[in-house]
Every structure is written in structure tokens, then in C-alpha cells.
Design a protein around this ligand. Structure first.
Ligand code: ADP
Ligand code: MG
Length: 237
């Protein structure tokens, strides 16, 4: 029997493999990932460079297809969706923040934030974008282009864009990787605060062990496999 959406895990992966072609032949990048992330949980993903963290995030975000296995995210079986369906689901339910911001350089801050909502045909895209920029403290930068903003400001625009559609799942791939310590800390405080306020699920890829321990659970990847999965709150007294 189908459970109500709210009680279903935000992420359910079963036997997920990603194998990509290369000149040297097929390369196995993810090798049998089983992972369940509860709705509202904050999950950190750690592991050495090249272990498959970004690929895992891309699969969960519908940006990369699993070669085999089952991917169910926010209650939707990705295998049943075509590219258009995946794009719509991503725009409406999943917010993604990348290390390199991924803003459109020819668009102003407010245009960048409005973009996914315009894609969804939302009439109030610009009004909501204005509010989202205000929430990240950037009302005074609405009409600036990415090139006119600092790294921390660009990442806050990217966060406003990711969260403007009120996604139930936030995916962040080393979001502070291009920021200095203090700016990165402020950006993460903002991300955790918005996550708490909206009750969204968070999957955070990070090299920073302090950040990882702020999450409820830490999953370690090595060579395309999960090698540890630990509850950070289990031993807290
Ligand atoms: P991480 O984020 O943990 O550093 P990635 O998921 O980016 O790891 O990459 C995992 C492995 O897959 C790396 O060895 C990388 O070189 C390889 N890889 C990533 N993308 C591709 C691709 N499009 N084609 C072939 N190999 C890839
Ligand atoms: Mg990566």
C-alpha cells in the first residue's frame, strides 16, 4: 500500500549504479548505492575526491541517470519520468546549490532567482524572487549581475534561487568550496536556517568535518560505494 507522501523517505536509492563510457572503456562511478534519507533529515556526504559524491548528487537531482537500480526522490520514481518530467520535478521540488554558483552571467540577481519559477509558469516569479533575495539579505543587489557580486553574494543568490520554489529537498555540492572561511560559515548558517524554517530535507556534500557533524547523519563514499553511514546524534548525551 502506498504511504502518504509526507511519511515517505525523501530519497530512496536501491542498487544504483552509474557507469559512464570513457576512451579506456566503461568506468564504474557508482557501484551499488543503497540509501534512504528521511523527510526533513540533514545528511552529509563525505569522501575523497573522485569517490562519486557529485555523481550521487546529480543522480538524486535528476541531472544524471542511473545506469541501473531504483531512484525514488520526493516520492517519484525517476525511472518513470522523461527528461521534461525530470526538469519539472527538479524546478518544483528540488533546490540545488553548486560550489561554483552556476548563475547565468547575463542575468541580474533577481532574474536568476526568478528563472526556475518562470520555467514553472509562475505569474508571481519576480515578486517571490524579490522576497527570496530579501531573505538572504540581498535586496540591495537585485539588479546586479553575478560579475558585480562577491563570491559570498553570488552563493546567496544561488541559495535564493534554489529555495524560491520552496523545494522539499535541498542538494548542496560543496557550497562553501569557493568561499573564504568566514563567508562560507555565514552561507552555511543561512542554508541551515532556511532548511530548518522550511522543514526541507538537506543533502550536503562537504569536506568540512564540522559542517558534516552539524547534519543528522554522515554517509562516507569511497570508490563509488557507501563505506560508512553514521548517526551524528546517536551518542549525544
Ligand atoms: P567527487 O564529487 O567525489 O569528487 P565525482 O562524482 O565528481 O566525484 O566523480 C567520480 C569519478 O567519476 C571520478 O573518477 C571522475 O573522474 C569520474 N567522472 C565523473 N564524471 C565523468 C564523466 N562524465 N565521464 C567519465 N568519468 C567521469
Ligand atoms: Mg565533487
Amino acid at each position: 500500500m502506498d504511504q502518504p507522501l509526507k511519511q515517505r523517505p525523501a530519497i530512496e536509492l536501491e542498487g544504483v549504479h552509474v557507469t559512464l563510457p570513457s576512451r579506456a572503456g566503461a568506468v564504474a562511478i557508482l557501484r551499488g548505492i543503497d540509501l534512504t534519507v528521511s523527510s526533513g533529515e540533514a545528511m552529509a556526504v563525505v569522501g575523497p575526491s573522485g569517490s562519486g559524491k557529485s555523481t550521487l548528487l546529480m543522480v538524486i537531482g535528476g541531472l544524471e541517470r542511473a545506469t541501473s537500480g531504483q531512484v525514488t526522490v520526493v516520492g517519484t520514481d525517476f525511472g518513470a519520468l522523461d527528461e521534461d518530467g525530470l526538469a519539472r520535478l527538479r524546478a518544483g521540488k528540488i533546490g540545488i546549490v553548486f560550489q561554483s554558483f552556476h548563475l547565468v552571467p547575463t542575468m541580474t540577481a533577481i532574474e536568476n532567482v526568478a528563472l526556475p519559477m518562470e520555467f514553472l509558469g509562475q505569474d508571481d516569479a519576480f515578486a517571490v524572487a524579490k522576497e527570496a533575495l530579501s531573505e538572504v539579505g540581498l535586496s540591495h543587489r537585485e539588479d546586479h549581475f553575478p560579475g558585480q557580486l562577491s563570491g559570498g553574494e553570488q552563493q546567496r543568490v544561488a541559495i535564493a534561487r534554489a529555495l524560491s520554489t520552496k523545494p522539499s529537498l535541498i542538494l548542496a555540492d560543496e557550497p562553501t568550496g569557493n568561499l573564504d572561511q568566514a563567508t562560507g560559515a555565514a552561507v552555511m548558517d543561512l542554508l541551515f536556517e532556511l532548511k530548518e524554517r522550511t522543514g526541507a530535507t538537506l543533502l550536503l556534500i562537504t569536506h568540512d568535518s564540522d559542517l558534516a557533524t552539524r547534519c543528522d547523519r554522515i554517509v562516507s563514499l569511497a570508490d563509488g560505494r557507501i563505506v560508512a553511514n553514521s548517526d551524528t546524534k546517536a551518542d549525544a548525551s
